[in-house]
Design a protein around this ligand. Sequence first.
Ligand SMILES: Cc1cc2nc3c(=O)[nH]c(=O)nc-3n(C[C@H](O)[C@H](O)[C@H](O)COP(=O)(O)O)c2cc1C
Length: 364
Amino acid sequence: MSISNLFEPVKIGRYNLPNRIFLAPVSRNRANRDGIQPSYAAEYYGQRASAGLIISESAAINNWSGGMNAPGIYNDKQVEAWKKIVDAVHDKGGRIFQQFWHSGRATHQSLLPSDRTVAAPSAIGISREMITYEGKHPSTKPRAFTLEEIEELRADYAQAARNSLAAGFDGIEIQAANGYLIDQFLQDAANQRTDRYGGSAENRSRFLMEVLADAIDIWGADRVGVRISPTGDFNEIGDTNPDHTFSTLIEQLNQLGLAYLHVVEQLPWSPATGEKIALNNKLRKLWNGAYIANGGFDAESGATSIADQKATAIAFGRPWIANPDLPLRYKLNAPLNQADEATTYGGDERGYTDYPTLESTAVR
Ligand SMILES: Cc1cc2nc3c(=O)[nH]c(=O)nc-3n(C[C@H](O)[C@H](O)[C@H](O)COP(=O)(O)O)c2cc1C
């Protein structure tokens, strides 16, 4: 089938975008221990400016969102480093939103400053092993947040939103997917609170709605997106009634006029089948705005989803790792470079900025 609809311009929030091939957030873990991106990250993102929209890898909203070599967006030095990345993308005519992240329980104590302990909506641990500076360790069992800490987290998200604006990003995406902090509030596998942040689906969505209210004050709704993964189980997330939980959330999100809803319909290591496909289909129909679909797409399946009105645009993750000129390769039906798994997470320029473009390999 023709994939030409991937190249049709599309309006997302405030922006008119030249194509529907987006770059999904893909953490590459090359920041230093202070969460500052290396200078060569500007080259990496600039190389990918032909995406209709780049969504950055997740950036920590404070210094106790533990991830090894994860970038942050909570201090001036980090903002300066991101500015260079944003400028490189803009210089090449691209647009870039920044994804905001906090790990909640999906971390290890050694990744946090000494005055912080791992905490989450409820004191429910997970068994996933975390990569730390001292090798792999089981996640640290969290304690439950106090209400004061939830207020503090909300303020940290708002400050991150101001920092991101100062760095020159075109918008922000609130990461509420993949079993990280906000997903831990949303779903009852991680949230057994009995206060206003737990219990009913409305209560469990309260933290996300508060974060969004602040983000919208700072950015305007048409520059704010949200990422969710209603059928995902990464970081041992789950819900006894995901249909009700996410329907309730989407009904509330529909009131906000957001730039987009970004849905991880499946992850590489956990493909959606049967009931999960049905739930993704149902939730998609409830949503009244632009819908970015993600998870296992290639050019053809992405174009089919757009043609079937199952997506406004497609976020591709892994295909971009080794193909900085992915839209051109799709357009020409050119072969894709294969990514080197050893350099996916962490390292340096190798396996990061050195994947060839078609132009660089063309016979002259
Ligand atoms: C190396 C790697 C890093 C990722 N980092 C993030 C991230 O920072 N934030 C996020 O929301 N998802 C992240 N994801 C998930 C991807 O955005 C995407 O959902 C997943 O790769 C499925 O899409 P794909 O089949 O097009 O690769 C990551 C995935 C991979 C493989």
